[in-house]
Design a protein around this ligand. Structure first.
Ligand code: IMP
Ligand code: MG
Length: 449
């Protein structure tokens, strides 16, 4: 890797998804090849004049734009062929993971940062479905885009997981409702989530929003959905499969059908020994948040985030940099803070580990954290959504191939990306897209019933 390439790669990594970029690069081949404009033997040119003349140019454009049915089929076949190859790579990757040697996977060689897959992905079938709406194979000027591929991956994931699905977890802001807004009663997501419960699935909102032990605050944020649940004709067994896990993984609540409200579940009843180790280390948590706060204060000064533009919020297990009312902070500034704090805290924890090893302190534990760009704010939370999903999986007895997380933050400065290490995921960009995914899922669940 040349140094210019390395610098470019590292400076852009937080804006890219390497697997989507990989698929995009492979789909460029069919895109380029199907825009061929002349026969190899050049015979098509002879009656129309030599190459470069106006007649030849017109003929070439006609060949490009008036494609026959069989030409379209060929283009479709080429895209399908590439996607079938990627399907095989994923199966090989899963197999190598299961055998305990993921490093032997060919996908790891091709995309070194690739994570785990909990199900195979029927990409060809998904492509044929997505292609109907997005006309990917018929396009001559616009190659398969990031969003095309995101849609294909989402569709394939829903198809693959639906037979075994037992737990669906949702991010809150931008997945179920707009940033900072409450769940509205007339949102189509109310009915769609109630449908999931009707099918016997566990449903949980796993949100960064941290209101320590405060059920009323979560009830307000989720008011429209809870109202819908109270008014539904579902029995208590189904309704009580609904959970809220706030502060990434810190505050768990369950819906109570008799009172129609959320009930706090004490952490002793679900925290594993590993989680208790760091969760009870309150002094260490305070130290970590102090370091993060000092770091964030210096970023505020450096980036010109004066009191009239942004302010800092400190909670027992979180630290936020929030925009002043009416102010929009740029993505770049928030990413800068998130990446900077991530680096500072990782260095701090790494040094702490080295020092503990040097003095022979075997009781030292790392404190998990999540520093992310929330859209118009930036937060450092103690814990993360990987631990959040794992807590629910242990509590409810579900596994990676039975769990689906839907969220909007899957870049390295986001807080949903951590869930990829525990379960299948769907990357949406708005509550409307969440509804589209749930509509597809509902049809598939109906067919399995
Ligand atoms: P999520 O998208 O549901 O994970 O919620 C993330 C958003 O919750 C952040 O962007 C904040 O606007 C909001 N939020 C409120 N309290 C907290 C907190 O304690 N930690 C992190 N985010 C919080
Ligand atoms: Mg979100």
């Amino acid at each position: 890797m040349s140094s210019a390439y390395a610098v470019n790669y590292h400076l852009r990594a937080h804006k890219r998804d390497t697997f989507i970029e990989f698929i995009k690069s492979l789909l460029l081949n069919p895109f380029v090849l199907h825009t061929r404009i002349k026969d190899p033997d050049h015979s098509a040119w002879s009656p129309l004049g030599p190459p470069g003349t106006i007649q030849a140019l017109q003929a070439a454009q006609t060949t490009q734009t008036t494609q026959t049915g069989s030409g379209l089929d060929r283009d479709l076949d080429r895209y399908c062929e590439v996607l079938e190859c990627i399907e095989e790579l994923i199966v090989d990757h899963i197999h190598n993971h299961e055998q305990g040697h993921p490093e032997l996977s060919r996908l790891v060689q091709l995309v070194p940062s690739i994570g785990r897959f909990y199900t195979p992905l029927p990409l060809k079938t998904a492509f044929l479905k997505v292609n109907k709406a997005r006309a990917i194979a018929a396009r001559r000027n616009v190659p398969p885009s990031f969003n095309d591929i995101r849609y294909i991956l989402n569709s394939a994931q829903v198809l693959a997981i639906h037979p075994a699905l037992r737990l669906v977890t949702f991010d809150g802001d931008m997945t179920l409702y707009a940033d900072g807004a409450d769940f509205e009663r007339d949102s189509q997501l109310v009915g769609l989530i109630i449908d999931l419960l009707k099918h016997g699935l566990h449903v949980a909102v796993v949100t960064a929003a941290g209101y320590p032990g405060n059920a009323a605050r979560y009830e307000k944020r989720l008011s429209g959905l809870l109202e819908g649940m109270r008014g539904s004709n579902l029995g208590s067994v189904c309704l009580e499969r609904f959970y809220v896990l706030g502060g990434e993984c810190n505050y768990l609540f369950q819906y109570n059908a008799a009172s129609g409200s959320l009930v706090y579940i004490p952490e002793e009843s679900y925290q594993s020994e590993a989680v208790k180790c760091w969760s009870n280390a309150t002094d260490r948590i305070t130290d970590l948040l102090n370091i993060a706060q000092a770091n964030l204060e210096s970023y505020r000064t450096e980036l010109g985030l004066t009191d009239d533009r942004a302010f800092i919020v400190r909670k027992p297990r979180a630290l936020g940099l929030c925009a002043a009312p009416g102010v929009k902070l740029t993505r770049e500034v928030l990413d800068e803070c998130a990446l900077g704090v991530q680096k500072t805290l990782n260095n701090y924890l790494y040094l702490g580990k080295l020092k503990a090893a040097a003095r022979g302190d075997a009781s030292w534990v790392s404190i998990p954290f999540c520093a992310f760009n929330g859209g118009n704010d930036m937060w450092v939370d103690i814990g993360n959504k990987l631990i959040g999903v794992q807590i629910l999986q242990q509590y409810l007895g579900t596994h990676g191939h039975e769990t689906l997380h839907l969220g909007d933050q899957f870049l390295s400065t986001g807080n949903d990306i951590a869930t990829r290490s525990a379960c299948c995921t769907i990357w949406i960009t708005s509550p409307e897209e969440t509804a589209e995914v749930l509509n597809d899922l509902r049809d598939l669940l109906e067919s399995r019933a």
